[in-house]
Write a protein that binds this ligand. Structure first.
Ligand code: SF4
Ligand code: SF4
Ligand code: SF4
Length: 400
């Protein structure tokens, strides 16, 4: 691995201080936001069974065919193309009867395929069931290729958080994120960026990495800063791209150095920000290190309810039920979900003596399952996390 334990430069020290200052400001903002929310939400106190619901209104359908997409495995011709209005109403009514102010995360496939009228109706229904627009928390994760001027205006006007899938520079993005014709989608995503910028609408970037064949980790910060992309989450396409756990660890350690050398403390890379927060005992913003997994569920266009995300699809033992057949409260307090919550509330055996368990907490529930050792096995990125934690904290602990 390159660049292990390089001496820390003055610039890096300044960058670290800038990051700490930004995290402190964000923490103060988050606290204010939370207090204001509690003041505003006058609805009767609910049990808060979930913190967020991921809804896939157009199921796994997508206008792209990215090389590493795991959604294709979930495509089913028997499901409706778009969640119907009756089911949407039931979903919103049920979700808001179990939790006071959960985040609604609209996901896919490609969620814009559901059409703008679908989301107008969703907002109307949130209001109908006690969540006015000013208090509703809606987020959408899109590949951006359909995000034209009218979508940009709509998402801005209705306060949606936006996550845009963009892997990096054009040659990298176009090699991975393609239309079925195999043409790359970079140009269309950058048009979405222009449309959002015109509306002065902020957004985050979700970048999937497959290794450094087409772009080294050292190139990424400059690309993001050059385009004024400041909120980045990096997702490894393990098992779908040839990227190994150790190559991912090396990539992230080098990206960490490149990030520090960028001298731009406003550039947030979610994994590194999460580590800074963990080290400074601030609330974490990453579900897999936060022990919050059991508070995120997913409902698809057929009404099936799952933990978290569609990657659970092959594991039918984790399907929690169907919201058309049962009340959500009943599903969330049923045996399958109770067992799931219980299993993932406990640290896996291998994590009990791990010195990083106060940060990692056994990691992502789904990653524990695909690790092949069930709930006892630990995150399948375990060895990468250990390497990344060790690298960052050995190098910089004195300064954090
Ligand atoms: S944009 Fe997302 S859902 Fe669509 S093909 Fe690519 S990875 Fe899959
Ligand atoms: S399965 Fe993993 S990614 Fe999904 S909510 Fe749980 S911890 Fe987060
Ligand atoms: S780093 Fe590995 S052993 Fe340690 S807590 Fe995380 S998954 Fe468990």
């Amino acid at each position: 691995m390159q660049a292990l334990y390089n001496p820390i430069t003055q610039n890096q020290t300044g960058m670290l201080q800038g990051i700490v200052d930004r995290c402190r400001e964000q923490e103060a903002d988050e606290l204010c936001h939370y207090i204001n929310l509690k003041r505003k939400v006058k609805v009767e106190r609910k049990p808060e069974l979930i913190g967020a619901v991921v809804i896939t209104p157009a199921g796994y359908r997508c206008n792209l065919a990215c090389d590493y997409c795991f959604n294709r495995a979930g495509s089913s011709k028997s499901n409706p193309a778009v969640m119907n209005q009756e089911l949407l109403e039931r979903v919103i009514q049920q979700v808001l009867s179990t939790s006071e102010n959960p985040e609604f995360i609209w996901h896919g496939g490609e969620p814009l395929l559901a059409g703008m009228d679908f989301y107008k109706n969703a907002l109307r229904l949130q209001e109908k069931y006690g969540l006015p627009l000013t208090q509703a928390r809606n987020a959408i994760q899109t590949n951006g290729t359909l995000l034209d001027e009218s979508w940009a205006a709509f998402l801005k006007e209705n306060h949606f958080e936006i996550g845009l899938s963009l892997d990096g520079p054009e040659k990298l993005h176009d090699a991975q994120r393609k239309y079925p014709s195999r043409q790359g989608s970079f140009r269309q995503v950058m048009q979405a960026v222009a449309n959002l910028n015109r509306e002065k609408k902020s957004f985050g970037i979700a970048a999937t990495i497959t290794g450094e064949k087409l772009c080294s980790p050292e190139e990424l910060p400059a690309f993001f800063i050059g385009h004024r992309f400041f909120r980045i989450s990096i997702n490894p396409a393990l098992n779908r791209s040839g990227l190994t756990v150790s190559a991912y660890a090396e990539y992230m350690c080098r990206l960490f150095d490149a990030w520090l050398n960028s001298n731009e403390p406003e550039l947030q890379i979610s994994l590194f920000d999460g580590l800074f927060r963990a080290f400074r005992k601030m609330p974490l913003n990453i579900c897999w290190w936060n022990g919050h997994c059991p508070r995120i569920i997913r409902i698809d266009q057929a009404g099936d309810v799952w933990p978290c995300c569609d990657r659970y699809l092959p594991y039918t033992q984790y399907k929690l039920g169907n919201i058309r057949q049962k009340n959500l409260q009943e599903i969330l307090t049923g045996v399958i979900y109770s067992n799931f919550r219980e299993n993932f509330a406990n640290l896996p055996l291998r994590c009990i003596s791990c010195k990083w368990s106060h940060i990692c907490k056994g990691g992502c529930a789904y990653h524990r399952i695909i690790n092949g050792q069930g709930e006892d096995g630990g995150d399948h990125l375990c060895e990468a996390y250990k390497q990344i934690f060790h690298y960052i904290f050995s190098s910089f602990a004195g300064l954090l």
